[in-house]
Ligand binder design. Structure first.
Ligand SMILES: Cc1cc2nc3c(=O)[nH]c(=O)nc-3n(C[C@H](O)[C@H](O)[C@H](O)COP(=O)(O)OP(=O)(O)OC[C@H]3O[C@@H](n4cnc5c(N)ncnc54)[C@H](O)[C@@H]3O)c2cc1C
Length: 319
């Protein structure tokens, strides 16, 4: 018979790592962590710019860390180092490059199916797959001929480009002022004012604008995109149009509804329904991190979910 894990965790981001480490510290050693990317924390690696400041109280959400993981303000690199060290020290069995397709409840355990046709068994399953697997896309069509110049992170950016960054949150602000050091950047937000920026980002944006390093286009939406000689032409709601070398959308991520449906998990208002212990309606099946927060989650919030789940499973474990 195949090995039965006490806990299988799907997704090695902050919520998955938090659950794994806290469970291990509680004494549960039979843990499997499954990650589709080739390393942990794919959202942090792919969407945070190098050296990004990482705020513990992200988006103005003051969070007291409840578990044993000491997470503080830092950078992208210090945050990844912290998770590297935790995973090395606690020797969690981790499978990278393994994408889970669905989870099925059997009598008193779960079967976890991967896209490469493996099946794992576990008594408890924690789904911690985040929302950035599918970044939010605009509702209008992106013409195929300009797709390469329409991006959702900074991977393809170089220097001396004319760039439009779209979004009104901290991610958009941080992308905009980072790119503005070596490009001609406009930050476009459909509302008249930023309402979700933390004070530090607001201050930096204001300084960049004052010094002429960054342009703002506020209270203006985008109606459509065209291709003009292979470059993105943006048609704004005030009837103006402008051609850019690149557009970066930083407008959050989508709840992975299809995956959750395949696991028979209910989603309401764009978040998974869970109880106070982050258990779904299916006993033994938990959800953590961004997929259980309606708007923006954070690393500290995700770590706290992991601690709550680990405490609950430990208390209710049949030895
Ligand atoms: C640009 C940006 C800047 C941010 N800055 C901050 C900040 O300064 N401070 C802060 O606290 N928060 C910040 N956040 C928010 C923070 O990154 C998230 O709240 C946090 O990463 C959520 O953790 P998570 O574990 O729920 O999901 P994620 O971090 O998204 O991790 C999910 C993991 O699951 C994996 N996965 C997905 N699907 C599958 C599958 N089917 N099978 C196996 N594995 C799968 C993914 O590859 C990924 O590694 C920022 C977010 C963005 C986008």
């Amino acid at each position: 018979m195949k090995k039965m894990f006490d806990i299988a965790i799907i997704g090695a981001g902050p919520a998955g790592i938090g659950t794994a480490i806290e469970s291990y510290i509680f004494g549960i050693k039979n843990i499997l962590l499954i990650e589709k990317a080739d390393n942990h924390s794919a959202t942090i690696r792919n969407f945070y710019k190098d050296n990004k400041r990482v705020d513990k109280d992200w988006m103005g959400q003051t969070v007291e860390c409840e578990g044993r993981i000491v997470f503080m303000d830092g950078t992208k690199e210090t945050t990844l180092d912290l998770f590297d060290k935790l995973l090395d020290k606690h020797k969690i069995e981790t499978l990278f490059n393994t994408e889970v397709e669905k989870v099925e409840k059997k009598e008193d355990f779960f079967e976890i199916y991967t896209t490469d046709n493996k099946i794992f068994k576990a008594k408890n399953v924690v789904i911690a797959i985040g929302k950035m697997g599918k970044p939010n896309k605009p509702s209008y069509k992106i013409p195929p001929s300009i797709k390469q110049f329409v991006n959702f992170n900074l991977d393809k950016c170089s220097k001396n480009e004319k760039i439009l960054v779209v979004g009104g949150g901290n991610s958009a602000a941080e992308y905009a002022y980072f790119l503005a050091d070596s490009n001609e950047v406009t930050l476009n937000y459909r509302r008249e004012k930023f309402t979700r920026l933390n004070p530090e980002n607001e201050k930096i944006i204001n300084e960049y604008v004052k010094n002429g390093k960054l342009k703002l286009k506020m209270g203006i939406d985008i109606n459509s995109l065209d291709s003009e000689h292979g470059k993105p032409k943006v048609n704004f709601s005030n009837s103006s149009s402008e051609i850019y070398d690149r557009i970066i959308y930083a407008i959050g991520g989508t709840t992975p509804i299809d995956f959750l449906k395949k696991c028979s998990i209910e989603v309401a208002n764009n978040k998974v329904e869970v109880d106070e212990n982050f258990q779904t309606k299916i006993p033994g099946l938990f959800a953590a991190g961004d997929i259980v927060t309606a708007t923006g989650g954070s690393i500290a919030i995700a770590l706290n979910h992991g601690y709550k789940i680990a405490s609950y499973i430990t208390k209710n474990r049949k030895i």
